[in-house]
Design a protein around this ligand. Structure first.
Ligand code: F6R
Length: 243
């Protein structure tokens, strides 16, 4: 595991984008696993800039997103479909048919999960998976207690995660209780993983993730067992700096 501490969020974003850009330049048909949330926004901005400058071509890229809320339509601004469209897909030349995000309004959610996994298998697996870290140690929406052997599945979000994500919703708006998420097994099967960590409140969790026991109580701790992980940490994740 390679741990890189960056001076600030901008540097984290720049370095993350460089890692992804290098992987795309080395392999124009890269299969990318992507995350939403606040942390990767800066990375997406740099990737879009690289594309606009003519450095990157997304025309042969295939992407798979980690997760989506159940019951939220892809056109809803709260959906992860909408987020990806705004932050990346709508700004670069990735063919829409190459973009895979679980559909949280599918009539048969279990079938949706099965087809999502099959689509990953069909392209030979994810080559580079970008992850963010939840305050409770989740990756994707694999919450504490997650099953190490899980593939894409339906999950109940913890109150902690719903509270953390309430910042994306206006007062009075219903925060989803369920989501579809890649499982721990799906994530661990990616050839390479890039974990991005930024946020004052994630320091203690990150120390547990990196140096604590490998336990489902802290789902991201499973990454200690992955052969090729890079962790980019914004040093403003202060509690981590103090440890
Ligand atoms: C998002 C996802 C989540 C987030 C995590 C951190 O697709 O899978 O695991 O990466 O909740 O979110 P932020 O970056 O908003 O702190």
């Amino acid at each position: 595991m390679k741990i890189v501490i960056t001076e600030n969020y901008q540097q984290l974003s720049q370095q993350a984008a460089r890692i992804v850009a290098k992987a795309i330049l080395a392999n124009p048909g890269l299969v990318l696993g992507l995350a939403t949330g606040d942390t990767p926004r800066g990375m997406y901005r740099y990737l879009v800039a690289f594309y606009r400058e003519g450095l990157l071509d997304f025309s042969q890229i295939t992407s798979f997103n980690l997760d989506e809320y159940v019951g939220i339509d892809p056109h809803d601004p709260h959906s992860y479909h909408f987020y990806m469209q705004e932050n990346l897909m709508g700004q670069v030349n990735i063919p829409p048919e190459n973009v895979h995000i679980p559909l949280g309004v599918a009539a048969d959610l279990l079938e949706e999960c099965r087809q999502f996994e099959q689509a990953i298998e069909r392209v030979g697996g994810i080559e580079l998976q970008v992850l963010g870290l939840g305050e409770n140690g989740h990756i994707g929406f694999n919450e504490p207690g997650a099953d190490w052997g899980s593939t894409t599945h339906l999950v109940e979000l913890t109150e902690e995660t719903r509270r953390a994500n309430s910042r994306f919703f206006s007062p009075g708006e219903e925060i989803p209780k369920k989501a579809l998420t890649m499982g721990i097994k799906t994530i661990m099967q990616a050839s390479q993983i890039l974990l991005l960590v930024s946020g004052e409140r994630k320091g203690v969790t990150l120390a547990e993730v990196l140096f604590g026991p490998v336990t489902p109580r802290v789902p991201a701790s499973v990454l200690q067992l992955h052969p090729k992980v890079t962790v980019l940490v914004d040093q403003n994740t202060t509690q981590f700096r103090q440890i």
